[in-house]
Design a protein. Structure first.
Length: 450
């Protein structure tokens, strides 16, 4: 097998891998990117971007539902699911090609194949071996496999985005972000939806009170949510599927057309031969130092969803990729700072969060106060006939700094960035409250939230 040398091999052509190419190509380093699938990875091709097309349709249905509050009379809407999926595909069709052009302009060699370690500084791909000073693992994530009998009968979020017929009934096994977002789309489109979550509550890493607001609204639109359950098996029941699960000590069943794996995603490192690459990992978790570098092989860096300690968010993947690129060029001196990075659960309405939860702040010994407001009866909420509008802002009593913000509805996906800026740049609650906002806007309500 012939061997040739490059400066950097990037395993994966998603946002993280592309982030690596910025500093490294500016420095003139020779970069080879290995990607067997579509350039861009999960987010633009089968994740956040196509999903948001479906979420936008759910928002339109929600607006129609609330039209009567504005004196608008409309009939019952009918969603053409096949047309929606076609629109989703059309929206993202050009992304891989445009990203390929971007890599061409940057001078990155893209190899459309999968690579695996052949040694600490070598990777095999196809019929050749690449020797590199640095190897970057940016292979993203894959749906978590579940161990019960019949798990192979489940579909994944990829299938949801490809299926051109709306199922009449759906069970989501797992109540994570993916399950909740698609539950809101399915339910507003007219499907009967059930969510089965093994843990005592949904979204265990988010603020408990904010998640309670999301659950209340999720159930209001007709989604049946069950927490603290154990799925025993999935079996065929004619042309339907039967989900057998245990809840409160009793065996229960649900018969539906589709069962979706909503249990989240795990690092996609299977088949990389990490041991041969001298990369220490335990159960798919690669041991890293503060510079995103393998603790056992200093030639290897990791970024994106393959970093198991950080949130699986596209902006974080890009950010970590850029950090890795700078560390390769400058030496291992840059460390990521995740302070003030917001995240959103794109249900309808959105749950948005940044910074510490109240529980985490108190567990860290901080003296905090929580400004909590139900805003759906505020003038702005009533103007737009919001069904749910809620906020909690966590403030340090000693410094008046904002430690966290957790918003549900009320343009949460946009307002959260104001709180993120405040956290990142140490803007106090008093300064944020005293700022002059345009009025009447949802942003102006920040004064009252504080």
């Amino acid at each position: 097998m012939p061997t040739r040398s490059v400066d950097i091999v990037i395993l994966g052509g998603g946002n993280a891998g592309m982030g690596v190419t910025v500093a490294t190509r500016e420095a003139g380093l020779k970069v080879a990117m290995l990607e067997p699938d579509l350039l861009g990875g999960t987010c633009p091709n089968r994740g956040c971007m196509p999903k948001k097309v479906l979420v936008a349709a759910a928002h339109a249905l929600d607006e129609i539902e609330r039209a009567k509050a504005h004196g608008i009379t409309v009939g019952k809407p009918s969603l053409d699911w096949a047309a929606l999926i076609d629109r989703e595909k059309a929206m993202i069709a050009g992304i891989p090609g445009s990203l390929g052009n971007l890599m061409d302009r940057r001078g990155v060699e893209v190899i459309r194949d999968r690579g695996r370690f052949a040694g600490p500084n070598t990777v095999t791909v196809g019929s050749e071996t690449l020797e590199a000073k640095h190897i970057v693992i940016a292979t993203g994530s894959t749906p978590r496999r579940l161990p019960f009998p019949g798990a192979e009968l489940m579909i994944t979020s990829d299938d949801v985005l490809n299926e051109r017929r709306l199922p009449a009934s759906v069970v989501f096994v797992g109540g994570g972000v993916i399950a909740l977002e698609f539950s809101h789309v399915y339910a507003r489109a007219g499907a009967a939806v059930t969510v089965l979550e093994a843990l005592p509550r949904l979204l265990g890493n988010m603020d408990v009170d904010a998640v309670a607001q999301l659950r209340k609204e999720t159930e209001r639109i007709g989604v049946a949510v069950h927490t603290g359950v154990e799925v025993r098996r999935i079996e065929r029941a004619g042309e339907r599927l039967r989900v057998v699960y245990e809840e409160s000590g009793a065996e229960r069943t649900a018969e539906v057309e589709r069962v979706v794996n909503g249990a989240g995603r795990v690092a996609n490192v299977a088949g990389l031969d990490l041991t041969i690459g001298k990369v220490t990992a335990e159960r798919g978790k690669i041991a890293l130092d503060e510079h995103l570098r393998s603790t056992s092989n200093p030639a290897v860096y990791v970024c994106g969803d393959t970093v198991t300690e950080t949130a699986q968010l596209s902006p974080i993947a890009t950010y970590e990729g850029r950090i890795v690129g700078r560390n390769i060029v400058d030496g291992p001196k840059h460390t990521p700072d995740y302070t003030g990075i917001p995240s959103c659960v794109f249900t309808v309405p959105t749950l948005a969060s940044v910074g510490l939860t109240q529980a985490d702040a108190e567990a860290n010994g901080r003296d905090v106060r929580a400004a909590v407001n139900d805003m759906h009866e505020w003038l702005s909420g009533r103007t737009y006939a919001e069904n749910a509008a809620w906020a909690k802002v966590v403030i340090d009593n000693g410094t008046d700094r904002i430690l966290g913000a957790h918003l549900f509805g009320h343009a949460a996906e946009e307002l959260i960035h104001i709180f993120a800026l405040a956290i990142k740049h140490s803007i106090t609650a008093t300064e944020l409250r005293d700022f002059v906002y345009g009025f009447p806007t949802f942003s102006a309500d920040i004064k009252s939230m504080l």
